[in-house]
Design a protein. Structure first.
Length: 356
């Protein structure tokens, strides 16, 4: 084997490199070299043997993976500081092809497109899919229908599943308003289209006027610029003083204060991200009004079969149509992270490895 700049890491036998040149098939993986810090600086590409499928398990050859904010936040926030560094692999979701079937697995076939559901393992174990091959229990795989493109399948869980559950949890009556921050994001756009599909009106917060018309074009009822407008006052005006029924907050910081001030007495604010950092602001008056602020974590097992069918059908109807952006090779993960962090970049950035 010939490698460029080989470096042996301890006793685990990984090879760290930027470009691999080899005739022997191996499994590459993006891993952190420390459990807190800057992902662009700390993430490295390593190789190890392709896993073997144990009884009841399936080895999946990953082909496409989105770059999600959580793929950086796990290290930026030190969420894995309690875990063994050698076990960590980045990547919160993706899609791939069945590569090998373990003993007793009869409900999948080689070459079939599947989605590994890793949500219950990503945060507590550091088990991610920014790698070429991953071994999964067959019960934790979802078969991808033929009419669902890879770009949709790769984004099946973190955004569509999460927003589906969040809107169900808010349980907003038809004709009432919800309000959300970062509305121009991929998830924010899907909130608009799904809420409209369910008869719920949306008030959407952005920071650039350039997003206003494009969000209205996909069904947003109101789009407000937080840089130039008093959001709570505008919400009062829009709703005739009723305020929004509930809110979604992917930002934290000042946005949390704005959203809590914009919902009804006893209204629910679901925080699900931290684009501005891991601190938030609140006005005690809103707590006194009974505003209920919670951090939402997606449940990977709740009503799985029913939810899976509904999300695929919503994708077919283009109600949930994930916005796709640039694609990078797996070894170009640094460039992909930088691209994914650009403000107003548009569609989701991907890491692909169809030829490995």
């Amino acid at each position: 084997m010939v490698y460029t700049l080989p470096i042996l890491i301890g006793s685990v036998g990984y090879l760290q490199f930027d470009r691999l040149q080899s005739n022997e098939k191996m499994s590459r993986a993006v891993v952190p070299t420390a459990t807190s810090g800057d992902p662009v600086e700390l993430y490295k590409l390593v190789t190890k043997d392709i896993p073997k499928a144990g009884p009841g398990n399936v080895v999946v050859r990953m082909t496409l993976r989105p770059v999600n904010p959580t793929d950086s936040l796990v290290i930026q926030w030190g969420l894995w500081e309690h875990l063994d560094l050698d076990q960590l692999v980045i990547g919160s979701e993706g899609t791939g092809l069945v590569y090998e079937l373990g003993e007793g697995v009869t409900n999948f076939k080689k070459g079939q497109r599947v989605i590994p559901l890793i949500s219950t393992r990503y945060y507590p174990e550091g088990f991610g899919v920014w790698r070429d091959y991953v071994e999964m229990p067959a019960k934790d795989l979802v078969a991808v229908p033929d009419d669902i493109p890879d770009e949709f399948a790769a984004q099946f869980f973190v955004n569509p599943w999460a927003l589906y559950q969040m809107l169900k949890k808010l349980n907003t009556p038809k004709g009432e308003y919800i309000i959300q921050g970062a509305a121009a994001s991929v998830l924010g756009r899907q909130v608009i289209t799904l809420a409209k599909h369910w008869g719920v009106k949306t008030i959407n917060i952005v920071r650039r006027d350039s997003h206003i018309q494009e969000l209205k074009d996909i069904g947003a009822d109101y789009v407000l610029n937080s840089e130039t407008e008093d959001i709570p006052a505008k919400v009062n005006e829009i709703t005739g003083g009723k305020k929004a029924y509930g809110a979604l907050d992917p930002v934290l910081g000042e946005m949390t204060k704005i959203l809590c001030a914009s919902v009804r007495n006893g209204g629910e604010v679901l925080a699900y991200g931290a684009l501005s950092g891991n601190e938030l602001k609140l006005d005690v008056k809103d707590l006194m009004r009974g505003v209920d602020l919670k951090f939402f974590l997606v449940n990977g097992l709740l009503e799985r079969e029913e939810t899976t069918k509904e999300i695929f059908e919503l994708m077919r109807q283009k109600v949930l149509a994930p916005l796709s952006g640039k694609k990078f090779a797996l070894e170009e993960f640094r460039e992909a992270i930088i691209e994914g962090n650009k403000p107003g970049r548009g569609g989701k950035v991907f890491l692909e490895s169809y030829d490995n």
